[in-house]
Design a protein around this ligand. Sequence first.
Ligand SMILES: [Zn+2]
Length: 905
Amino acid sequence: MPCCSKHSLFECQTESEVAVSHTSTQINKGFATAHAKPSYAPHSRIEPTHMKITLDVTEAALKAKTVKAQVAITLNVPASTVASNAVNRELVLNAVALRIDNVDGVDSFDYDGKRLTLRWVKNYTGGVVTIDYVIETPLAGLYFHVPDETVPDRALHVITDHETERCRYWLPCVDQPLVRTTLDFNITHSTQHAAVANGAHISTTASESDPSVSVSIYRLLNHTCPSYLICWAVGDYISVDDGDVDGIPLKYLCSRDNKFVTKETLLHTFEKTGAMIRWMQKKVGLKFPWEKYFQIVSPKIEGGAMENISLVTYKDIFLYDEELGRDGWQMAVDGVNVHEMAHTYFGDLLTMRHFEHVWLKESWATYMDFCWSEDHYSHEEARYESFLNMEGYISETGRYYRPIVCKTYDSSWDMFDGHTYPGGAFRIHMLRQILGDETFWAAVKNYVNTYNGRFVETEDFKRCLEQESGLNLTKFFDQWIYGRGYIKLKADYSYDADKKVVQLTLEQTQVDKDLEIPAVFEATIEVDVIDTDGKVHSTEVVFNDATGNKVVAFILLGDAKPDAVEVDPRGKVLHTLDFNPGEAILEGTAKRGRDIMSRIRSYRQLIKNGSISALKKVSSAVHDELYWGVRAQVYSALSEAKIQPAVDILATALILEKDPKALRHLTSVATAKDERIRQGLLAVLARPAEQLSGRTRRFAYTNLGRQRNPADLDLLLAALANPDSIDLHGFTLAGIITGLGLHRSAKAFEALVNLVFVPAGTARVIPEACTVLAVDAIAESLGWQENKIRRLEVAELLAELARVDKAHRLQKAAVRALVAIGEEAKPHFGVAYNIASTAFAEQNTLKLVTYVKTLQTAGGDKTAELKKTVEDLEGRLKKMETLVQLLEAKEKSGLFVESAAKTDA
Ligand SMILES: [Zn+2]
């Protein structure tokens, strides 16, 4: 069995981390290495205040991936530092691998390939420094999309994507959020191309001498912009105007790569933008500030979506059509739209001073997405989102605990994790519960208006909440924001029929001295007991230092007996619950609990109990469950149970489930190798088109391949050859490809090899994202091929692909495949290692370099290094993953089910 799963790589990582950190107790272990040091914002004695950026991006420049550029930086030295004894004779700009031709406005400069140091002989008092330079095939930050022989139909364009520290790969600047400037863009481009940038569109003028060339001017003068939010793009786009909101024009653009994408797709995807702006400015009490609001879609956006000032970028995966709208993708994409828009306030107008305060933007944007759901969808949909957010964060604590505000990390990129997104969002939700709606939103409006245009730290937000409420929130912030952990509740239940009293003991069990997780979090937990007459009896369980970690509640009922017990039924406190009150109460709660979370938890406990009688209760109750999200969670729990009665319930559900969202989820978890499941999957694929989506088909084909039934090979191959299998995002085709990999037969293997390795000069017939999956599928099935020579041949082809293919994500897939194959790919490990360590942005390789160094000192062998390399590659697109987790959290879509697709699809 080859060492190929993400799981085994993760175990390798854990071992090496133990080696790294055994000498010191490392409290944030699993998050940061022992080598990580606290990170601080730079001093700002010489402040950049304005940048005029001039770029030559004509068609020839695009094709050559080479841009001639100039930046004129206005520098201001505050009077206070001029008057003091501070020595202002040097300013260091970040600038990676640029060709610096000339620097004006300095006495001298040094450039070491990473830092451009500007020097003055006497104390500098301000002025303009002009840098002429050339950007040549940048590693990151600026992404060229250029046709090549395997993909001749790429629509020519270039686009920026910076977070967290990637602007420096094309622009000399102080690449830290603290430094913010106004902007002026002069972009020369071919007249048939469009150019967009931050700020107001001033003009686009064709050259009089050469009408094939135009200059577009954009200016952002009313607001300042940190480097990570600078954005521009030039190329061949479909674009559509969508009116305006109070004079702010809305426009959507998309590169012309995908034949399924039309103006209608764009309008459909972003149709709620205007309504969202109106809702949001009311919610935060500050007018939407930009001169325009453009949203641009490109396959080159690695980070998922990015909230650049007035020019938001999206990866193309976020487009949806009618089919995907139906299966839940629309709600997920709307969530991303709200999220990026919320950054207008939380991030763009109020910018974090440094990365330890990143929750002030990401947790807030995540929370605003929840608030949108709360105000626009059913109570259950919003509650489900909140519940899945909570689970997303909690699952990450299986790997590590860190405070929400945390200065020590290996890369600023690492802060963009489940602690920051859903973990911080739920903490904001708890603050809202403590303050009450009215006070909370008044405090938020005060916060947004007070710090508009300024940088913020966590204490600024806390102070605004305290001022408005009169509460002292120091303990809350110490426990929930500056401390680690959350409440783990254990509940014990009993009912005294004579006294007609329910006794419920709640105990906080999270204490961990090593991790400094407290025995008691101050909290008020609501409990509802519903009796057999349907009457609700409510009580509150209060925890504080005086009560300790164990509190007993007595709930007096009338003549009717208890039927259901709901703990925290309105989702006010971040916690997990260990509660097994017996099958009768579990069944009552599953069937008649009013809160979806209580129902989900009861089903899960019944399934965990695993008895025939418990599963019978699940089978009968789930059939009548009205909310799709509860059914989806029951399907997941049944799938994880891996016992035959659970598999039987799933097989039946494959035939009966009608809701497209629940069906998509069910199909994704129908992984058991079982003839009834197989028949169920075939039945799903045979359903009428209007009941299915690309994602449902994807999971159905994938799990059909997993059955490894020779009888299904022809169906998979026929589907592969069917041109209808290519849909908007290639989801159906992706499922077929992954299914062929899991099928492991020689015929399926050769079909995959033919998809990826086309004769020289020939175009691949499938979208690039599917080619990536095909490489993964080859790695999955190579070890099962009997012909050794063929295995070695294909390993060699993969090494060649890693070395020469121009698409980063294909290179990565090939590296990942080589390591997954293991022993037989060993001759090619050198190639894999070199690609992995040199081909990507520095913010993603710092951790890798640290590990490699440690392994070298510890005498680690080459294989261990490589495993680490691949682990790191998988982590590179962390923000994308986090976003995807959020989307999955929203609807447990399993869109990126395979580990490979997690970073690449
Ligand atoms: Zn965000």
